[in-house]
Design a protein around this ligand. Sequence first.
Ligand code: 8X3
Length: 256
Amino acid sequence: MSTPQNDRPTPGARPIAVVTGASSGIGAATARALAASGYDVVCAARRADRVQDLAAEIGGRAIACDITVDADVSVLVGAVGPRLDLLVNNAGGAVGMEPVREADLDAWTTMFATNVIGTGRVTKALLPALVEGRGTIVVVTSTAADAPYEGGAGYCGAKAAERSIVGAMRLELVDQPVRVCEVAPGMVHTEEFSLTRFHGDQQRAEAVYSGVAEPLVADDIAECIAWIASRPAHVNIDRLVVRPRAQAANHKVFRG
Ligand code: 8X3
């Protein structure tokens, strides 16, 4: 039987990080950045083949995990073990951009199931390991949480709700050795975010970034997450808002 003493990390062992939504975009870039920083990265995503390739590339571990499914999250918890140093809740995204009068409520359900309840499910399940590991929680929200925009009712609402999880947890865990941090990216040009939002319509997806000389890329956000995690344990980065220079506000984008 294991004793608490046996549960201490082996000296020199790599810290463990879990990244959800690690199959592409910010999640995959974050997994790479954390591996480069010395983490044993558990790459979690629905698409097993993608996370297997990524894990092989970075010397991490792959877990096929749909964060909307309890059983999948239980498998993730089992793979992590008793201690966790860092959880990056990145899985989620936008589906659709219709005004409310034309809203696809199934898409809203999907967005809330992933961004909000999925983040809640994973975090709740891994919290004991995070407390044991004196860990850090990073939630990737969005500047969409700052203010609604036309066509964004479902997504902005989901991201605002996800932000509320961060705020509530920071209050709840103030007497625990766990940091609770948020990264709120603005315009990030990834291969899938806008393509998913516009149901595979490449033209509409590319139009989002049209004329913007340098939108952010996934690596920009990954570096921020690695920086947040690498601060001394007493330093909690509550929220980091990151936009490209050409985006002064959600609606104020310079297109040259
Ligand atoms: C992505 C940023 O402006 O498309 O979360 O909502 S935005």
